[in-house]
Design a protein around this ligand. Structure first.
Ligand code: ASP
Ligand code: MG
Length: 594
């Protein structure tokens, strides 16, 4: 007999019929003898409807009142489900977040969970009751000790479920939803998308646009930190769904169940070298050719960055281990001989990275990293960002100094800091899934001064305006006056605000200007086996080259390789990469479900 936490999403409890069907499903699990805690979302689009209702009264309703209002949605579905269970002769009791002991911080509308006081729920379980919990909500105790209703942020009932599973030390947390699990890509765009049987929490976070639609990133982070076993499966079938795996299993600490800190890891990799090819032709197949040659030469490339370009040529910069520099240099020289261009190399570099699911959607984090490094007087040679990681390449001699400054800035302790971690191959695939993001725009800031602090002030200005950057690339090429270009991608919706935010900065940099790139789409391949597999990037670039698609920008992180392509090439690019890594299959998943 096990203790299971089962969560049913809004569609799964979207009507009375569905609530009854869910009750039948719960009854089946109960018949197996399991102890059950069931977490529910609000019925269908209730939360949206309640938000709309509030908007008809006020443009800016008080957050506290919004929480009072929105929390009612889950109270309705939990009570109805408990009634439906009663009808089947099952002992059940519904409870609000506060009754179930979910204690949060006081930030209304986006409260993080501090702890779950499990006494009451355990007592009910011992009595043999099914406890039906209203998801998405908790209770905070203000300084005076008064209890207030809080909500966890949209999609937060997943977070309630995984937090309960952690606190109760449940055997598993099952997320029942209207899709069969997590698919290798979006089935609306690629008809042979397949279900993943397993995916690691890290991969799931990097596949944000695929994964977050199914499971709230904060829930994934809790699962990752505490090693909770989570399964995502369909409410309407008995297929096994997708299992999320996690390496770490931290004990529940005193610092709060959802760690308050957005950054929870810092890493320094020494003995790196940077190679920069500039003024190479801008046409499909060039990146593929270069990285295939490198991989045939037995060289594992780490970061790859390709900036946007003025005119008809490209710059590509990448890092390798110092010991591979001579060979990588020889290969790059031969490519330049064929195609034209210039090569620069730098040895004795180091890569410093911060990681944490809290980086997602918090633009201030990358800005703090860059700012900390530039305050220490250190120049950023390269910058690479992904959903949950920000890396930069700096002079190795300054590595220890940077490490100290960054670990202080993010208040990390020694066991969160890793120096020269080894890369182990654990049988994970190099590419597990491919995500496509079409909500991005590409912008370049031309002619910015090449000195410490430039990227930092750019990122800070955007961060202050609440804008997250995705790929950010400093050009390899220098203008005659020594200035460089910095290109980045951001959400289309943020483009106009970015212009306003950067205005004062550009005014300080004579000759600088902001320039829009063509409309783009970003394709990201993600796989936990990527760091240990040579040639993944080359294969991705080959897939695009074979489809005749030009790559405008490349940005890689440890387990993710992203290519920015013209918007009109987006779907072809997604299909090409998905099939090149043989992720497709026979079974078709209904597109409307996703
Ligand atoms: N009902 C909330 C929302 O729609 C929470 C959830 O469904 O997870 O965001
Ligand atoms: Mg959801």
């Amino acid at each position: 007999m096990s203790l299971l936490v089962q969560k049913f999403g809004g569609t799964s409890v979207g009507s009375v019929e569905r609530i009854k069907a869910v009750a039948t499903r719960i009854a089946e699990s109960k018949a197996f003898g399991h102890d059950l805690v069931v977490v529910v979302s609000a019925m269908g689009h209730t939360t949206d409807e309640l938000t709309g209702l509030a908007q008809t009264i006020s443009n800016k309703p008080p957050q506290r009142e919004m929480d009072m209002l929105l929390a009612t949605g889950e109270q309705v579905s939990s009570a109805l489900l408990a009634m439906a269970l009663y009808e089947r002769g099952i002992q059940a009791i519904s409870m609000t977040g506060s009754q179930v002991g979910i204690v949060t911080e006081s930030a209304h509308g986006r409260a993080r969970i501090l702890e779950v006081r499990t006494e009451r729920i355990k007592k009910k379980l011992e009595e043999g009751q099914v406890v039906v919990v209203a998801g998405f909500q908790g209770t905070s105790f203000s300084s005076g000790g008064t209890a207030e209703i809080t909500t966890l942020g949209r999609g937060g009932s997943d977070t309630s479920a995984v937090a309960l599973a952690t606190a109760l030390n449940a055997d598993a947390c099952e997320i029942y939803t209207d899709v069969p699990g997590i698919l290798t890509t979006d089935p609306r765009k690629v008809s042979d998308a397949q279900m993943m049987t397993t995916v690691s929490c890290e991969e799931m976070l990097e596949l944000a646009s695929l994964g977050a639609a199914v499971l709230h990133p904060r829930a994934v982070e809790i699962a990752r930190n505490y090693g909770v076993s989570v399964v995502v499966r369909s409410s309407w079938s008995n297929e096994p769904g997708t299992t999320l795996t996690s390496k770490s299993k931290r004990p529940l600490g005193r610092e709060g169940l959802e760690l308050g800190r957005p950054v929870d890891g810092l890493e320094l990799v020494e003995d790196q070298a940077v190679l920069g090819l500039s003024h190479i032709p801008d046409q499909p197949g060039i990146a593929a050719h270069l990285f295939e040659k490198l991989s045939n030469g037995g060289i594992n490339v780490d970061l790859i960055i390709q900036a946007t370009h003025e005119g008809k040529s490209n710059d590509i910069t990448f890092t390798v281990a110092n010991q591979n520099l001579p060979k990588a240099k020889e290969i790059s020289e031969s490519v330049i001989k064929e195609l034209g261009g210039n090569l620069s190399t730098q040895s004795e570099m180091a890569k410093l990275s911060i990681s944490g699911a809290g980086i997602m959607g918090r633009p201030g984090i990358a800005a703090t990293l860059f700012d900390t490094i530039s305050r220490a007087g250190i120049n950023l040679r390269l910058i690479a960002t992904s959903e949950v990681k920000v890396s930069c390449v700096i002079d190795a001699k300054l590595g220890a100094k940077a490490l100290r400054a960054v670990s202080e800035a993010f208040e990390l302790n020694d066991n969160q800091v890793l120096i020269n971690p080894s890369i182990a191959f654990n049988g994970e695939p190099e590419v597990r899934g491919v995500a496509m993001d079409s909500d991005q725009a590409q912008v370049s800031v031309r002619r910015v001064p090449d000195k410490p602090g430039t990227a930092a002030s750019l990122c800070s200005a955007l961060a202050e305006a609440g804008i997250s950057l995705d790929a950010i690339v400093q050009s390899e090429r220098q203008h005659k006056d020594g200035s460089r270009d910095i290109s980045f991608t951001l959400k289309k919706n943020d483009r106009q605000q970015a212009g306003n935010a950067l205005g004062p900065l550009l005014a300080q940099w004579p000759g600088s200007s902001l320039e829009d790139g063509r409309p783009i789409t970003r394709i990201s391949a993600v796989g936990a086996g990527m760091p240990a597999t040579a040639g993944t990037a080359g294969r991705m670039f080959r897939a695009l080259a074979n489809a005749g698609i030009n790559i405008e920008m490349i940005a890689t992180s440890e387990i993710r390789t992203s290519c920015v392509v013209a918007e009109t090439d987006g779907i072809d690019a997604l299909q090409a990469v998905h099939s090149h890594f043989q992720l497709g299959g026979k079974k078709q998943y209904e597109a409307k479900e996703f």
